[in-house]
Design a protein around this ligand. Structure first.
Ligand code: FMN
Length: 204
């Protein structure tokens, strides 16, 4: 079967794409609004883009009526954000934070999470998260037309926070991290089922 997403409506194309791009990591993004309210929301169109400088990016779609989500408005205003890692212990609070609350309502309060002061950016860390990355806005790439715009927010990681004991020989211990990922629809995966396979090495 061959499917051309250019001729599908938004919802059908979305379903198709998120079933093909799996498993997806979740950027749990904290920001501060123009009104000073701490905002938090998950985004799974998320990737690492460069190591040195450390660059990450995630895509924020528009709301059904074409209006921007709070995360995009806040990043445009404050020019920074924090990406927190979601583990199994935080899955329910992450899901609560995806509720489209109005800008004056903090997802931190609604989900019972603790905002912690970052060192270098205005956005708060999720104190309960195992790993958090303080990011400065670098660039935003815009795609699509009203009401289906998507903004790919690209930031430089200025500082990483890793909970004590998680770092083993300079790497984050995935067995302890217990990160979760997003699949199609409302389906998720855990990272408990892993296997080892060494990448081919050559002499170049
Ligand atoms: C696991 C998960 C992943 C999500 N990924 C995205 C995404 O990649 N892009 C997006 O626009 N919305 C995504 N959403 C929906 C947003 O989290 C949701 O629209 C949220 O209300 C946005 O909040 P804000 O208005 O505070 O920015 C995702 C939701 C969940 C639960």
């Amino acid at each position: 079967m061959k499917i051309d997403p250019r001729h599908m409506d938004y919802r059908d194309a979305h379903h198709l794409l998120i079933g093909a791009i799996v498993p997806r990591p979740i950027a749990w993004v904290s920001t501060v609004g123009e009104n000073g309210v701490f905002n938090l929301a998950p985004f799974s169109f998320y990737a690492g883009l460069s190591v040195k400088p450390a660059i990450v990016g995630f895509a924020v779609g528009s709301r059904r009526d074409g209006s921007p989500k709070d995360t995009l408005r806040n990043v445009l205003f404050r020019k920074d954000f924090v990406i927190n890692v979601v583990n199994e212990a935080l899955q329910d609070t992450m899901n609560t934070s995806a509720t489209p609350f109005p800008p004056e309502v903090s997802e931190f309060e609604k989900a019972g999470l603790t905002p912690a002061r970052a060192d270098l950016v205005k956005a708060p860390l999720v104190a309960e998260a195992p790993v958090s990355m303080e990011c400065q806005l670098r660039q935003i790439l815009e795609f699509g037309e009203f009401p289906n715009q998507s903004s790919f927010i690209i930031g430089e990681v200025l500082l990483m926070h890793v909970k004590d004991g998680l770092l083993v020989n300079g790497a984050i211990d995935v067995a302890q991290l217990k990160a979760i990922g997003r699949l199609e629809g409302d389906n998720y995966c855990r990272t408990g089922d892993r296997f080892y396979m060494q990448m081919p090495r050559n002499s170049l």
